[in-house]
Design a protein around this ligand. Structure first.
Ligand code: GLA
Length: 485
């Protein structure tokens, strides 16, 4: 077995830095640690400080081929040794981030994450007074992933106004990952060429009566491998304020290679303080996938919301698994500080309208941020009716502050209850099953007197109640949502 470096010039063996250019002027950087024995290739690929072992590595002449990762996240590398460099083509099973690049000889030291920054003593960052109701807006990630640019953000801002989304309360236009290039010699964060002028973009979004959000990480790299804020927290916060940014999503990502999970609170506090010090009102959205019981300390680092889960995907299993496990932490959501079960997938095409209505109802009963994640330039009428159902949005934004609770489970149906302003109550009948189901809630089961009035918030009709309770027929994966008075 070659120790890397010791055999750095024997064929493919050694440590290589692969840089595959993206169209935005950034590079996808991975370290290849290769060990060649005859026509067999072993080793690992390290991306964003995460190492994955090579399997099925073969060499034929000057050509090689190998794969890394498990079946779901498999990446294939193929290429050839050309003099003192490799030309490599990398592709992934899901088609994202495929590309070609050149690898040059590197060292094991170059792969190592930077040393941690000294962590501050804990204190409570004062409440910034924002997000008195769960933030509403749009975020680029779920639909566009890294393919987001200035033009699309402007078009989205236009569409938020013309579609009625703005009037329905969706105010924030949030750019997620893939806007970053690097920190320049003066330590200023510079956007990549997809975002030629961030200040002008913010001005444009503001001119539409909307607000603008951005994304970063406490690590050196974001989850997409772009430049993070590590060591530049204060300067980055100041730059965001200078551009006119109103919202920051701050995503743990590669900070995990430097800090322990137990350090999350002081690490997030650094950015909470930096944002506060700018004097600009900037919503602070924590994203660390619900680790370390973030709902117990997220508000103390100045967080206006904190992700409570890993990433959502546009399918029933992902959405329902997330949505139905949020009730136990619902009491931690408070005015200005919200649980965030991730952004909406409504309108992205992977679920039925029935399922998307359930998605919207779950998030609203939970008082979650409502961040649309679809292409608002081309919404179907059904998508519009779901995202802009003002009666359901009012449940999300209701300011009474009492959490939803599970009232009853009957077969596949979960019945949730939530006290609302004006002596009203929200009642949601969720059918998790694959068949339509009937379920009944007796008033006595939830210690309610027979309500005087009831309205079905999806059919937009007043409904008649019987004296003993309400029996709902709920479609498969569907929801009946009532507001009773
Ligand atoms: C993580 C986050 C996502 C998104 C991506 C961007 O996976 O959880 O919401 O921001 O990073 O790379």
């Amino acid at each position: 077995m070659c120790t890397l470096g010791a055999c750095s010039h024997s064929g493919l063996s050694g440590t290589w830095l692969l840089r595959a250019p993206h169209q935005d002027g950034t590079f996808r950087e991975s370290f290849l640690q290769l060990s060649q024995q005859g026509n067999k290739l072993t080793g690992s690929v390290t991306y964003n400080y995460r190492k994955a072992e090579i399997s099925d590595g073969t060499v034929e002449g000057n050509k090689f081929h190998f794969v890394v990762g498990n079946a779901r996240r498999q990446r294939t590398f193929e290429g050839s040794l050309e003099g003192d460099h490799l030309t490599v083509h990398e592709s992934s099973a899901n088609g994202r981030n495929s590309g070609s690049g050149e690898a040059t000889r590197s060292t094991e030291e170059a792969m190592a994450p930077p040393k941690p920054q000294p962590l501050p003593a804990l204190h409570d960052v004062p409440d910034n007074g924002l997000a008195r109701t769960p933030p509403m807006g749009w975020n680029s990630w779920n639909h566009f992933h890294t393919a987001i640019d200035d033009k699309t953000v402007r078009e989205m801002a236009d569409a938020m106004v013309t579609s009625g989304m703005k009037d329905a309360g969706y105010i924030y236009i949030n750019i997620d990952d893939a806007w970053e290039l690097e920190h320049d010699a003066g330590g200023n964060i510079v956007p990549n060429k997809k975002f030629p002028d961030m200040k002008a973009l913010a001005d444009y979004v503001h001119s539409k009566g909307l607000k603008i959000g951005i994304y970063s990480s406490p690590g050196p790299k974001t989850c997409g491998g772009y430049e993070g804020s590590f060591g530049h927290e204060k300067a980055d916060a100041e730059m965001y304020a200078k551009w006119g940014i109103d919202y920051l999503k701050y995503d743990w990502c590669s900070a995990g290679a430097i800090y322990k999970d137990a350090d999350m609170r002081p690490v997030y506090q650094v950015m909470g303080d930096a944002l506060k010090a700018t004097g600009r009102p900037i919503v602070f959205s924590l994203c660390q996938y619900g680790r370390e019981d973030v709902w117990t300390w997220g508000a103390k680092v100045g967080g206006n919301s904190w992700r409570t889960t890993g990433d959502i995907s546009d399918n029933w299993k992902s959405m329902s698994t997330i949505g139905f496990k949020q009730l136990s932490i619902a009491p931690y959501a408070k005015v200005g500080h919200w649980n965030d079960p991730d952004m909406l997938e409504i309108g992205n095409g992977g679920m039925s309208d029935e399922e998307y209505r359930t998605h919207m109802t779950l998030w609203s009963m939970l008082r979650s941020p409502l961040l649309a994640g679809n292409d608002v330039r081309s919404m179907s009428d059904a998508t519009k009716a779901i995202l802009m159902n003002k009666e359901v949005i009012a449940i999300d934004q209701d300011s009474l502050g009492a959490p939803a609770q599970l009232a009853k489970t009957e077969g596949d149906v979960e019945i949730w209850i939530r006290p609302l302003q004006g002596s009203a109550t929200g009642l949601a009948f969720f059918n998790k099953g694959d068949q339509p189901a009937q379920a009944k809630l007796s008033w006595s089961e939830v210690k309610l007197k027979k309500p005087k009035k009831a309205r079905d918030l999806w059919s937009h009709k007043d409904v008649k109640l019987s004296s003993d309770g309400y029996s709902a027929k709920v479609p498969a994966h569907g929801t009946v949502l009532l507001k009773v008075q």
